[in-house]
Ligand binder design. Structure first.
Ligand code: ADP
Length: 393
């Protein structure tokens, strides 16, 4: 019984007024359009310092609509005060007893601003998404076109290569007459170049493939120096044609590395061909090897440096991505796949590849192959003594 709430007969205007003063929305009572009572919050919303200042004024005279035709909710008003400040208010009738009307007044400026921001951000997101999808489609189309182009090119190249190889073999078989030693050497060189070209085409196709399928390596443990010298002698005619000088800086104590000679030959061929392609005639190229330590591991580093235009710092990572060619390379033939292929091959060897600036100008491409002595060896089979088998099981 003591818990029962005492019921009052009526809620008087004063009690109602003090209740309405406690809520965050404002309230205004009007008779024939003029304010007869306002809550303190309503005065704040209409930027008056007390509710009394609103009494007797026409509700509609308290503000100036900015644009009555603007697309707001029916009860929302975009208004401007005499000092120019603008607000969005909700002035909604919530009660009418025939004589008087009660209005709820809310300041929605911040809320509407946030809603507009969210809408704008949504529109931008939608737009960005559409851009992304169209870009992805474009990239996909371009990739497909390039793959098709590569397939056609490789086919068009392989056919004459097979024919040249065939004729060389025919000559070497002396089916059409005997060859002297020099002629035989020329034919053999010609066949070798055809093989390299065939290999190169196959590798280019592989590098251009989207899939990162694992590369199969035929690894041996040996010095990289003969491979480096072999590529240099193979490309020497080209070096001479461009009047370039070639110097070697080979550490005589170059350690043996574990690598697939055919693949690494491809890497060196690409780097050296680039040094020739992108250098100015009469420039210089350096080939070098050294042993280095990095992160507690030993590597053999092979470098190809030139005094050509060099690579700007911001491009030094991206040039190893497929199809990336720098702005000033248009005059030199290429597809932008050579370095991507190098990266793939070196990564398959657990090595790293990069480029920095050559002291004195130009670029210095380098790649690192794990030093053979640094790699974990196969565990030696241990000989079991009689009786040991039982104790280990
Ligand atoms: P490609 O030579 O077919 O364009 P690469 O992948 O071998 O493709 O090289 C990518 C780009 O890197 C080249 O287009 C060129 O802009 C730049 N580049 C490569 N090597 C050098 C170099 N030695 N000097 C200057 N720029 C180079």
């Amino acid at each position: 019984m003591g818990n029962k709430i005492q019921k009052k007969d009526t809620i008087g205007p004063e009690l109602l007024g003090s209740i309405l003063d406690t809520v965050s929305e404002g309230f205004v009572r009007c008779r024939e359009g003029a304010v007869i009572w306002a809550s303190a919050r309503a005065a704040e919303i209409f930027r008056e310092d007390s509710a009394e200042k609103l009494i007797g004024r026409e509700l509609n005279s308290l503000f100036v609509p900015v644009d009555p035709t603007s697309a707001l909710e029916p009860s929302d008003r975009h208004i401007r005060f005499s000092d120019g400040e603008e607000r969005i208010l909700r002035i909604a009738p919530v009660g009418d007893n025939g004589d008087e009307e009660l209005y709820l007044v809310e300041n929605l400026t911040q809320q509407r601003f946030l809603e507009n921001e969210v809408q704008r951000a949504n529109r931008e997101l939608h737009h960005a998404n559409r851009e992304r999808v169209s870009l992805r489609n474009r990239v996909q189309c371009e990739t497909e076109e390039r793959d098709e182009l590569l397939t056609v090119i490789s086919h068009e190249l392989r056919t004459p290569i097979t024919v040249i190889t065939g004729y060389n073999r025919l000559l070497l078989a002396e089916k059409v007459g005997t060859l002297n030693e020099e002629q035989q050497r020329f034919c053999n060189q010609s066949i070798k170049s055809c093989q390299r070209l065939n290999n190169f085409i196959a590798n280019l196709l592989e590098a251009s493939r989207e899939s990162d399928g694992e590369m199969v390596l035929e690894v041996t443990e040996t010095s990289v120096v003969p491979t480096l010298e072999g590529v240099a002698s193979f490309l020497r005619p080209l070096i001479e044609e461009h009047g370039l000088s070639l110097t070697f800086d080979i550490d005589p104590a170059s350690a043996a590395a574990r690598f697939d000679p055919v693949r690494i030959e491809q890497v060196i061929t690409n780097l050296l061909s680039n040094a020739i392609k992108y250098s100015h005639d009469g420039g210089m190229i350096e080939l070098g090897t050294r042993n280095i330590e990095d992160g507690g591991r030993s590597y053999v580093e092979i470098c190809v440096a030139d005094d050509g235009p060099g690579i700007a710092e911001e491009d030094r990572e991206r040039i190893f991505d497929p199809y990336v060619r720098l702005g000033d390379s248009g005059h030199v033939g290429g597809l932008g796949l050579g370095l991507a292929l190098c990266k793939r091959i070196v990564s398959a060897h657990s090595g790293t590849i990069g480029v920095d600036e050559r002291p004195g100008g130009g670029s210095r491409f380098f790649f690192r192959l794990p030093d053979a002595s640094d790699l974990p060896k196969e565990p030696e089979p241990t000989e079991l003594k009689p009786g040991e088998l039982e104790s280990t099981s």
